[in-house]
Design a protein around this ligand. Sequence first.
Ligand code: PBG
Length: 315
Amino acid sequence: MRRLRKENLRNLFRESKLSIEDLIVPIFVDEVAKERKEITSMPGYFRIPLEKVTEEVKDCMELGLKAFILFGIPKKKDEIGSEAFKDEGVIQKAVRSIKHDFPDAVIITDICLCAYTTHGHCGVVKNGKILNDETLKIIGKIAVSHARAGADIVAPSGMMDGMVKTIRETLDIQDFFDVAIMSYSAKYASNFYFPFREAAESIYKFGDRKTYQMDFHNSDEALREIELDIKEGADIVMIKPALAYLDIIRRARDVFRIPIAAYNVSGEYAMIKAGIEKGWISKEVIYETLTAIKRAGANLIITYHAKEVAEYLRS
Ligand code: PBG
């Protein structure tokens, strides 16, 4: 086996290669802030003021990164998250300004209520319960408002049953046939999301997300979720988190013929950053990790490491 590992030969035999085109950059767009603000639990990662979002996109485009997923931090929250579907909402404004300056950028918008509701849940709450079908109506409205602003792809992340079907139908009725859906199909109730919740101010005020996000003891269930989303009209399915869930990515890859995205989440980023800061692991771990996600079978990777790894890939 060692013959093909000789230094001048080994690159010819790489089975998986990470490329800049595989990466999607998450951007936290802050409607209130005037300055970039570092997220405490995500060293080197910032919330970007709405007015500066095109600058951020420009920096990324110069590194060859062309795909973005946007999360909004609105100035106001309410019980049903109505800021999320306003044409003058933070995401709608951000999408319009990015598309104005960079028509070729790929804009994906996260569709969820948690950053927009006072209770911090991903759906409408009644008597302490998260209501599925009530939430769907709002999700449909959010999708249309994002499409109207110019989003290329919408990404529902709230794990409501039927969310993909509702979005597809609602978009089609309004003639947004070419807006694609990237569904957070297999999204687990994970402890790896905590830094994100600080970043997006989306921590829940009671309970947890276990009645809608998946139980991490399960893997067949992820395949059922993905299958349903494909039937409902998803164009891309997502598995989230990525690193502790490489087995799920691989199983999905073996079964389905559809683009798979993996979300290398905030807690995964935080762990690696902490290890590097302490000097306990080297920066090379980032590239190794993302390559592993690719090798497991993901076509696309959403990652907070996008800029640093793009620099590395270009060097
Ligand atoms: C919103 C949402 C979350 C993440 C992406 N979209 C948080 C959550 O479900 O609590 C997590 C992303 C990350 O941790 O990087 N529903």
